[in-house]
Ligand binder design. Structure first.
Ligand code: UD1
Ligand code: CA
Length: 439
């Protein structure tokens, strides 16, 4: 979709209300740093030319963005949102004359809503448009002041709002559209005026552009956008918790609608980009981290922790106090009690006993382990990575398998360090206890 749209995301602010050493936009919501969510959503609305305005903690934010094709401008020092937009426009001249400006602390932007706002701005023909909504709790937000005819006059920030203005419930959402040629000189004027004051702590507000444009008789618009969703803004940790909760509830609804059972939604926490197949049951107190994939007909939890990089195929059971990290569990694997699997490939039908641990970290590096088909890993055993446990083998209870020492297929190893027993086992086609229905 080519809609000839540039975008500037404002992410330079100190975020002092977060009381954090970490830049505000790097705080994750359901496992994804806010800046990544906002960037995704802005791209999805059709903007193909993105500039991030960074300042406070800029190197950290740049590092978190990796090699995504985004241009960055640096605002130093951070002297307000008008100054931030100006830094973006001057340091990274936009490719298109229409620019969407988005506050970087809005982790729940609906791309469709953004696209509609862009279209409304264009059909209205204003040089500067502000997206607005009527909200039940406007405290802390810029109020939209209109005259008796309803014409947009001004945005008044909370700290400047008198009691009458505080009653206004139409607020500035922190989303703007501007026409560069008209707005750039105005911004330069506003910022120069504002920042020429002696007080170094004074900030130049983007919202002040509105009254200057009205004075100059240049068309501005306050565009109400769909009010049928909450507009989540993260200014402090309460905002972060609230945004996370709202997104969590919405995500769980999607899983429930798609045929996943979540026994207790309130004690289940699932991050974004997770996939879960139908008829899988998620028991209480389970945490599933970003990007984990779980197949069909699985049982997960209670008290399970599936961490990033984990893929679980179908008919798998992961039970109480089991942590799985960057591992792949093939069809029919069982790990039902008190286990840890890290960097482990577990082949079909293997059974991980209670308290078994794959020790994937030796204090300096992490190493992989493969557990073969139908292998039986005894209770309380430790496989020190790199590990190679053959198909149909048995690791006895309490055994410690040293690193790099393969366990042959069909063999039995016991003890510390694990040694092979003379006899091999022959259990082709053996039916696992729980599959006989004895449980
Ligand atoms: C801002 C608006 C307010 C609106 C609200 C909606 C202004 C002056 N006020 O208030 O009208 O209702 O958003 O969410 O714009 N930033 C910079 N450089 C700076 C200062 C801020 O890049 O010098 C960035 C921040 O990182 C943040 C965004 O701009 O992502 C908004 O700043 P914030 O301090 O959160 O503004 P609000 O007080 O929420
Ligand atoms: Ca904000």
């Amino acid at each position: 979709m080519d809609i000839q749209l540039s975008a500037i995301i404002l992410a330079a602010g100190r975020g002092s209300r977060m009381k954090s050493d970490v830049p505000k936009v790097l705080h994750p919501v359901l496992g994804i740093p806010m800046i990544e969510l906002v960037t995704q959503q802005v791209r999805q609305c059709g903007a193909d030319d993105l500039t991030l305005v960074l300042g406070h903690g800029a190197p950290l934010v740049e590092k978190a963005l990796g090699d995504a094709p985004i241009r960055c401008a640096i605002q130093e020092p951070q002297r307000g949102t008008a100054d931030a937009v100006l830094a973006g426009l001057l340091q990274q001249p936009p490719l298109h004359s229409d620019v969407l400006v988005v506050n970087g602390d809005l982790p729940d932007l609906d791309p469709k809503l953004l696209a509609r706002f862009v279209a409304d701005h264009r059909s209205g023909g204003a040089a500067f448009s502000v997206a607005t909504a009527q909200v039940s709790d406007p405290v802390g937000m810029g109020r939209i002041v209109r005259n008796d005819e309803g014409a947009f006059q001004q945005i008044v920030e909370q700290q400047d709002a008198n009691p009458v203005i505080q009653q206004i419930d139409e607020v500035n959402l922190g989303l703007y559209m501007l026409q560069v040629e008209t707005i750039l000189p105005i911004l330069q004027q506003v910022v120069t005026e504002d920042l020429s004051t002696a007080d170094a702590g004074f900030e130049s507000y983007l919202t002040r552009v509105v009254e200057v444009l009205v004075q100059k008789d240049i068309a501005v618009a306050a565009v109400p956008v769909a009010a049928d969703r909450q507009f989540l803004q993260v200014n402090d940790r309460r905002g972060l918790a609230r945004a996370s909760r709202v997104l969590q509830d919405r995500l769980q609804q999607q899983f429930l609608e798609a045929g996943v059972t979540i026994i207790d939604p309130l004690t289940t926490w699932i991050e974004l980009e997770v996939e879960i197949g139908t008829d899988t049951v998620i028991h209480p107190q389970t945490v599933i981290r970003r990007g984990v994939r779980v197949g069909r007909h699985c049982e997960i939890g209670p008290f399970a922790h599936l961490r990033e990089g984990t893929v679980i195929e179908n008919d798998v059971k992961v039970g109480n106090f089991v942590e799985i990290n960057r591992s792949h569990l093939a069809n029919g694997v069982r790990a039902k009690h008190l286990a840890y699997l890290g960097d482990t490939q577990v082949e079909r039908g293997a059974n991980i006993g209670a308290g078994a641990v794959v020790a994937n970290y030796d204090g300096t590096k992490k190493s992989p382990t493969v557990i073969g088909e139908r292998a039986f890993i005894g209770s309380g055993s430790v496989i020190v990575a790199p590990g190679q446990i053959g198909a149909d083998s048995i690791v006895g209870a309490g055994a410690v398998v040293p690193p790099g020492k393969p366990v042959e297929s069909g063999s039995i190893v016991v003890g510390v360090p694990a040694r092979k027993l003379k006899r091999n086992i022959n259990r082709p086609g053996e039916i696992r206890e729980d599959e006989r229905g004895i449980r």
